[in-house]
Ligand binder design. Structure first.
Ligand code: HSE
Length: 444
């Protein structure tokens, strides 16, 4: 059968990784796909740069039009990243009848609906496995492998940079800035690392995976996002003393009132599997009503892990080329006309347990005043840990773990606690997520 012709937009880390995987595994890929997959054209902004891939036989250009307008190209692989010019180029490629494979999480999270509708109209496919968690086939697992389940919860470490930073702070006592600089050096971080640190990257990925898990529209704007920017290494250490770890988690959860979509630093029990996902690795735990909890672990970034997802999408596209568009696997797992309008909960309505760290004057009555505030709002305390006094009259850290509380009540409690004379203004609060029925700190 005639080979499938591919045009590559982007010859950076993932572009070169994709070329290398396609070349190295060409025989197996052809045997799986039923046809050869050949990259005919590639576009890069700077054609003079040395590349870590063999470019022989590929027509190179610095003009993306050469790919999206070439009638001989069957599939466009978009690896530019970012919204512009990728958005316009993908729509044009679709308009020109080309299938699209993309690793662009921001684009799918923000414009997926528009892109999928255009693809639907034109009868072409858009595949985006590489947009979420690099080498972990999580989109495929949720969309196809678990399609018999009602998915109730998804909890993931889906940003390698923040996981790397937290691991370095805990294991090597490095500063936040140092750890971030190394993550940038190692190529884990986004072009703008603020996307990693502020939680935007994880929120893009959560938007996509939650849509496929729950059959809801893509809605990045409804994700509650907190990053790591304010992380204090003391809390990482205190969490350890409570047999817990702090991880930057992306959580999507079905509750009676609606869906929770949130990305934030979270305390989890130290002996849970997610707590032991270290460095740049990613992992996603999915709770299905039939399968129970399943866990997917692997490299969330990097040239060949991400290329693994790009190539798998290419093979899927090639396999499906002859199938009737109506009978292909839907982009977001559920048929486009059958999406649910279940609301995403306001963060104020979310119920979680809390880790609180206060700086308090070491004097009689302080703890009583704090517990009175919490008691008045019906917030139960699970554990209290008072750190050593320095003896010099300076405030001392007081760590409290609460039982689950509605966020709105916790906001009120924190406001009242901050107003106490004996408590410093800055109150650190970190949500706790029970992963296996037991909450963090229950044994502390
Ligand atoms: N900056 C991302 C991360 C790369 O750290 O996970 C993969 O999306």
């Amino acid at each position: 059968m005639k080979p499938v012709s591919v045009g590559l937009l982007g010859l950076g880390t993932v572009g070169c990784g994709t070329l290398n995987v396609l070349a190295r595994n060409a025989d197996e890929i052809r045997r799986r796909a039923g046809r050869s997959i050949e990259v005919r054209r590639a576009v890069a902004r700077d054609l003079k740069r040395r590349r870590a891939a063999d470019l022989s036989g590929i027509a190179l250009s610095d003009n993306p039009d050469d790919v999206v307008n070439d009638a001989g190209i069957d599939v466009v692989v978009e690896l530019f990243g970012g919204l512009d010019p990728a958005h316009g180029l993908i729509l044009r490629a679709i308009d020109n009848g080309k299938h699209v494979v993309t690793a662009n999480k921001a684009l799918i999270a923000d414009y997926g609906q528009e892109i999928f509708e255009a693809a639907q109209r034109r009868g072409v496919m858009v595949a985006f496995e590489a947009a979420v968690a690099g080498g972990i086939p999580i989109v495929k697992a949720v969309r196809e492998g678990l399609s018999g389940n009602r998915i109730d919860r998804l909890v993931g470490i889906i940003n390698g940079t923040t996981n790397f930073i937290l691991t370095q702070i805990r294991d090597k006592q490095r500063s936040f800035a140092d750890a971030l600089a190394e993550a940038q050096l190692l190529g884990y971080a986004e072009a703008d690392p603020a996307f990693d640190v502020n939680g935007i990257d994880a929120a893009h990925k959560l938007t996509i995976i939650a849509a496929t898990a729950f059959g809801i529209p893509l809605q990045f704007g409804n994700v509650h996002i907190e990053g790591l920017a304010d992380m204090d290494s003391r809390d990482v250490l205190y969490a350890g003393e409570l047999d817990c770890r702090i991880k930057h988690l992306a959580i999507a959860k079905r509750t009676r009132g609606g869906i929770e979509l949130r990305v934030h630093p979270t305390l989890i029990r130290g002996d849970s599997m997610l707590a032991n996902v270290e460095g740049v690795m990613n992992a996603v735990m999915v709770d299905g009503d039939a399968a129970g909890p399943t866990l997917y672990y692997g490299a969330g970034a990097g040239a060949e892990p991400t290329a693994s997802a790009v190539v798998a999408d290419l093979i899927d596209v090639v396999r499906a080329l002859t199938s009737d568009p109506e009978n292909r696997v839907p982009h977001l797992a559920f048929q486009p006309g059958a999406l649910s309008d279940v609301p995403v909960l306001d963060i104020g309505d979310v119920v979680t347990a809390y880790y609180l760290r206060l700086q308090v004057k070491d004097e009689p009555g302080v703890l009583a005043a704090i517990t009175r505030v919490l008691g008045d709002l019906n917030i139960s305390i699970e554990a209290v840990m008072q750190k050593e006094t320095s003896g010099d009259g300076k405030p001392v850290p007081l760590v409290l773990m609460t039982y689950p509380v509605r966020e709105r009540d916790m906001n009120e409690a924190v406001d009242r606690i901050r107003a106490l004379d004996s408590v410093d203004d800055k109150v650190v609060r970190i949500r706790v997520e029970p992963l296996h029925g037991e909450a963090c700190g229950e044994r502390a």
